[in-house]
Design a binder for this molecule. Structure first.
Ligand SMILES: *Cc1c(COP(=O)(O)O)cnc(C)c1O
Length: 356
């Protein structure tokens, strides 16, 4: 029998989450963010389920080229623009829309010999301190870009650092953006999933949802389901052994868990080499035969331990859900000190994928 670990991808859930994003976006158009292999779900698989989006956003030229080769004619945005000038001919040929986030990128683009004008995004840093022109340089750079025969449409862009935190939100960055762009009559894109869900005033002309499309929550302390999102990936496996552990015996590497009494312990075919977080400590939730149980001790490369104290009928072959439809990836992430983004994008290539 094949190893029982499988990531089931629910394409209808992707469609549902996109529909919710579109509803929330109102008149703004939706760029579906499919970078990082569509957050671990498979770029082309996700694109198929998201083709009703108004455009796609990716990181690399390779991802964008894959989408074009499959026949997608949507606007495709390169979120970090070009990394090397030699990417520009293909960017033009494929009609991709690079983000220009540094002044020297603008200069290179202006000097390039292109077959036609490029539509571009010009990013301004309003407080994230990652990518983007300083607000004080925006107007000069725009002036030069607008004068260039290489440039077609320009959309202004920024990115929020704290939209996920309801105690902070987006207002300071939004004010900085408005001041930096006052009087410029150009379309705007600001909102990631958190801002799309929480701050309608930030929507602008294009919104850029990523994580919410995959059913995981963009907001601190909230699960995707609580926000009306449906989980797309369910990571499922089975028990491949059951141990009767005596009181006082250690379990797993480092004997990090010591049995406080005699107990049955299940061994699940899923470990950190599959993308399950090694930092998940004893007590991380997991479902055995649909019932909540907890992990025990340290996660191994290919396996992990679960407490079968409540799952009295569990046996070799019993189904286990690591995260997914009945157990939010956000809850597993919180228990292991990370976010759903990291768990989903870390799914290892050795994990079999099934579409449902
Ligand atoms: C990844 C990314 C997004 C999507 O963010 P989510 O939090 O996943 O919605 C939006 N904009 C930019 C610039 C990004 O890099």
């Amino acid at each position: 029998m094949a190893r029982p670990l499988v990531a089931q991808i629910d394409l209808a859930a992707l469609g549902h989450n996109l529909a919710l994003a579109k509803r929330l976006a109102g008149t703004a158009r939706v760029l579906a963010v499919v970078k990082a292999n569509a957050y671990g779900h498979g770029l082309l698989r996700a694109a198929r389920a998201l083709r009703a989006a108004d455009g796609f956003a990716v990181l690399t030229l390779d991802e964008a080229s894959q989408l074009r080769s499959e026949g997608y004619s949507h606007p495709i945005v390169l979120l970090e623009g070009f990394f090397q000038p030699d990417e520009l001919p293909e960017i033009a040929r494929r009609r991709l829309q690079p983000v220009i986030h540094r002044e020297d990128q603008a200069e290179i683009l202006i000097r390039a010999k292109l077959e036609h004008r490029l539509d571009i995004f010009v990013k301004v840093d309003t407080g994230m301190r990652r990518l983007g022109l300083p607000p004080t340089r925006l107007r000069d750079v725009l002036f030069k870009l607008r004068a260039s025969a290489n440039i077609g449409g320009i959309t202004l862009m920024s990115h929020f650092a704290r939209a996920d935190d309801p105690d902070v939100g987006v207002s300071a960055q939004l004010a900085t953006f408005r001041a930096a762009t006052a009087g410029l009559d150009l379309p705007v894109t600001l909102a990631n999933s958190a801002a799309l869900m929480g701050y309608p005033e930030s929507h602008g002309d294009w919104v850029r949802p990523g994580i919410m499309l995959y059913g995981s929550s963009p907001l601190m302390g909230t699960t995707g389901l609580e926000l009306g999102l449906l989980p797309v990936m369910s990571l499922r496996s089975q028990l491949i052994a059951v141990q009767s552990v005596r009181k006082g015996e250690g379990v797993g590497y480092g004997a990090r868990f010591v049995a406080p009494r005699d107990m049955r312990v299940g061994i699940v075919a899923c470990g950190y080499a599959d993308g399950y977080p090694r930092h998940a400590d004893t007590g991380t939730p997991v479902l055995v035969e649909g019932q909540r149980a907890r992990t025990l001790g340290r996660v191994s490369m290919d396996m992990l331990h679960v407490d079968l104290s409540e799952a009295v009928h569990a046996h070799i072959g019993s189904p286990v859900t690591l995260w997914g439809d009945a157990l939010s990836v956000d809850e597993v992430a919180a228990a292991s000190g990370t976010v759903g983004y990291e768990l989903l994008t870390a799914l290892a290539s050795r994990v079999r994928v099934e579409e449902t």
